[in-house]
Ligand binder design. Sequence first.
Ligand code: 5GP
Length: 125
Amino acid sequence: MAYSYDPTNIFARILRGEIPNKTVIETAHTLAFEDIRPSAPVHVLVIPKGPYVCFDHFASEASDEEIADFNRATADICRKLGLSPGAGGQGYRILSNAGDHGHQEVPHYHLHLLAGRPLGPMLAR
Ligand code: 5GP
């Protein structure tokens, strides 16, 4: 696989502390912060600290420790924000854009965690 990571992207700059963010959770390998242009009452971006471009890059090349940390951190956010349906929350949506057709704007892998209102069908037809 041939991904090249651009270290000047905005999330790399957030990770280096060059741009402020509203942090929701930070772990050894993961940072989660509020989206600057929220699409829902809850709109959290979850990013690995490592230099991965998109989902398949991360899932194929990150270490097991990074992948576990990222997934556990995301679950912790769901619990922390009271979103987990299994714990009485009203649910959420997770999505990740990749590449041109996925309409990815920032080339550092991230999940969008959306919640806080009924989110409607997954895609506009
Ligand atoms: P993408 O289209 O790449 O999946 O999503 C990128 C997201 O990053 C967008 O929802 C956009 O609002 C968010 N974003 C872009 N620049 C910044 C920033 O400087 N700070 C924060 N917190 N979010 C940003």
